[in-house]
Design a protein around this ligand. Structure first.
Ligand SMILES: *[C@@H]1O[C@H](CO)[C@@H](O)[C@H](O)[C@H]1NC(C)=O
Ligand SMILES: *[C@@H]1O[C@H](CO)[C@@H](O)[C@H](O)[C@H]1NC(C)=O
Length: 279
């Protein structure tokens, strides 16, 4: 039963991956970057830099890769590498393997994935240190707030870059294998496999939202997705950097991007060009 749940969760993420890839290709536009989050299924070497037993920087790992034993948990390319190839992008380098200087130069995507870790902070901790989903999103925030602006000076262009990038997330297996199924000190007693699956998905979506590009609203309100700005409330200074003006409504810069996508892209079906052309 638990194995069934794990497979199910895994499938959800895999389908998510496939859908985003399909959209990118259907769109016909070049994809500027691939950002990778997750566990050993997509780690490209982050764990080489961490105190952990979960490492793959020795042969036979990578025996069929260009440089063997890079920290990939397979004999050759990972799912993330194969997708990078399909998109015509370089393999996303491991975040922890890049110097501060290198981080401020990479524009084609970064890999934050870390073997043994999962959605819940405690998952994987028995093996040592790893980057939990919270750690990964924190590093990604640093990429958005510090590194990308040093390459792309116009903040609207940063948003556009992110909106056209592919985000690959392959995570959740270790929340079962190194956490739920171990049941540590009885933390999960009383959680049926179904209840744990629900709990995990909820924790996943909370973190996905927290990791968004610019998800924080300009008008701070109370942080709820439904909250509006209050009369004469102080607002953020650089409104072009924000996607959301209040808890639920987009800024002008986001509206411009969405309108453009609706005009000629795929978010409106048919899009406006197709609609105008139609007899
Ligand atoms: C991961 O996050 C935790 C909690 O914020 C922090 O204590 C830890 O140092 C982070 N680990 C890494 C490797 O960044
Ligand atoms: C089990 O251990 C975790 C981590 O140390 C702790 O957060 C949790 O409260 C503990 N649960 C119980 C039931 O003692």
């Amino acid at each position: 039963m638990s194995n069934f749940k794990a497979t199910f969760l895994y499938l959800i993420f895999f389908i998510f991956v496939l859908l985003t890839r399909k959209l990118a290709l259907v769109n016909g536009n070049a994809v500027p970057a691939l950002y990778v989050f997750g566990d050993s299924t997509v780690d490209s070497g982050n764990n080489n830099y961490l105190q952990t037993r979960a490492k793959a920087n020795f042969l036979p790992f990578g025996i069929d890769f260009i440089n063997p034993a890079t920290g990939r948990f397979t004999n050759g390319r990972t799912i993330a590498d194969c997708i990078a190839d399909m998109l015509g992008l370089p393999f996303a380098p491991p975040y922890l393997g890049l110097s501060e200087f290198e981080r401020s130069k990479v524009i084609t995507g970064i890999n934050y994935a870390s073997a043994a870790c999962g959605i819940l902070p405690l998952s994987g901790s028995e093996a040592g240190t790893c980057l939990s989903m919270d750690n990964q999103t924190e590093y990604f925030m640093s990429t958005i707030e510090k590194d990308l602006p040093s390459i792309i000076s116009n903040s609207e262009e940063v948003i556009l870059h992110l909106s056209k990038s592919i985000f690959l997330v392959s995570i959740g297996v270790n929340d079962y294998t190194t956490n739920y199924l171990k049941n540590f000190n009885g933390t999960w007693t009383g959680f049926t496999p179904e209840a744990f699956g629900e709990f995990l998905l909820n924790e996943f979506f909370i973190r996905m939202q927290a990791s968004m590009t610019v998800r924080r609203p300009c008008c701070p309100a109370d942080g709820k997705a439904t909250s509006l700005c209050e009369p004469n409330m102080a607002v953020c200074e650089d409104r072009k950097k924000y996607m959301f003006f209040d808890g639920g409504h987009t800024t002008e810069s986001a509206n411009g991007i969405l309108a453009q996508e609706c005009f000629s892209g795929t978010i409106c079906k048919p899009n406006i060009i197709e609609l105008v052309k139609a007899p």
